[in-house]
Design a protein around this ligand. Structure first.
Ligand SMILES: C[S@@+](CC[C@H](N)C(=O)[O-])C[C@H]1O[C@@H](n2cnc3c(N)ncnc32)[C@H](O)[C@@H]1O
Length: 326
């Protein structure tokens, strides 16, 4: 089988670049990306050197001369409108309609393959009608659409519970069939999962501890006694997560108050650091850079919004494999 390293990717809703990193690691070349959030763009630029167009996808034209031809388009489109934690408004919500903004670019470049990632709830949202509409728009354009819900802790060594809906489409029916049968990741042996100590540092900077907030600390401390476990702060109580797996990292976990992953170490009760969150997404925190002027809150938001890189990388490797097969 011949591998062509020059297949090019265009990426929408790039965030800090989780999907981009996975496609790059799989062997694709990143051609261009688009992202609206200033802080996410700063982080992205500190880690990638190809073209990043900062701005609203709605203001970007498919005929923009900066956008060179690509073989694959990716989009981890905004998920708030579909997530259970959000308002479930779907396409009534502006963020839910952003998926359709990608169609004009798909029409222009006619990529060989497409990759999208979203929350699990997209699949069942509005009794499946939302996804049916997405799928029919892609099929209208000649794509064969395949999809899976994958939980990070089952399909990679990462100890994070993160169920996400992945959509992979091919123009070529045979390649789509191959991908459907062989391309999706397989469940890993649970014994191979990374241990708590591979993710969590023995202690962290003082800013991450809750002893500055007695009200917060007092409620949680009663329930947190295992120094080798991930806990989840659920507004009025703390829940220990089973099997050494961390609850889903979210965009607002840095703020505190709801669905915040916590750990207890020798200095006290604390939230995870952004570095530990990077590790839980399979991003090498020794190589990945947050610029100094990107705030702590923005760092948590960017990592919580990102993808689990090893899961996407294994999908991307098989997209590359089948696209480059004679
Ligand atoms: C779920 S995150 C995607 C994260 C990315 N997949 C990753 O792996 O890091 C969605 C991103 O879409 C961006 N976004 C939201 N509205 C946008 C718009 N109108 N135009 C461009 N980007 C937008 C957000 O700022 C956010 O970074």
């Amino acid at each position: 089988m011949k591998h062509d390293n020059n297949l090019k990717v265009g990426s929408f809703f790039a965030g800090l670049g989780g999907i981009c990193l996975a496609f790059k690691q799989a062997g694709f070349e990143l051609a261009w990306s688009n992202e609206i959030d200033k802080a996410a763009c700063k982080t992205y630029r500190a880690n990638f050197d190809h073209l990043l167009i900062e701005g609203d996808i709605c203001d970007l034209s498919p005929n923009d001369s900066r956008l060179k031809h690509v073989d694959v388009i990716t989009g981890g489109f905004p998920c708030q409108a579909f997530s259970i934690a959000g308002y479930r408004k779907g396409f009534e919500d502006e963020r839910g309609t952003l998926f359709f903004k990608m169609l004009a670019f798909i029409d222009k470049f006619k990529p060989k393959a497409l990759f999208f990632e979203n929350v699990r709830n997209l699949k069942s949202h509005n009794n499946g009608k939302t996804y049916a509409k997405i799928k029919s728009e892609l099929e209208k354009r000649g794509y064969v659409v395949t999809e899976r819900v994958l939980d990070t802790c089952e399909y990679s060594q990462l100890p994070q519970h993160r169920e996400r809906f992945y959509i992979v489409c091919f123009k070529n029916k045979k390649k789509a069939q191959w991908f459907e049968e062989h391309g999706w990741p397989h469940k890993i042996d649970q014994k191979k999962r990374l241990a708590f100590d591979n993710i969590v540092d023995p202690v962290a900077d003082d800013v991450h501890y809750f002893d500055r907030y007695p009200w917060y600390y007092n409620i949680a401390i009663k329930e947190v006694d295992d120094p080798k476990a991930f806990y989840q702060w659920r507004r009025v109580y703390c829940r220990k997560n089973k099997n050494g797996v961390c609850p889903t990292l979210t965009a607002n976990m840095g703020g505190g108050g709801h669905n915040v992953p916590l750990v207890m170490d020798s200095k006290g009760l604390r939230r995870l650091t952004p570095q530990e969150c990077l590790r839980l997404q399979g991003i090498d925190d020794k190589k990945f850079v947050f610029p100094e002027d990107v705030s702590m809150g923005a760092r948590y938001k960017q990592v919580g919004n990102a993808v689990s890189v090893p899961v996407v990388r294994s999908i991307a490797k098989n997209i590359l494999r089948i696209l480059t097969e004679e």
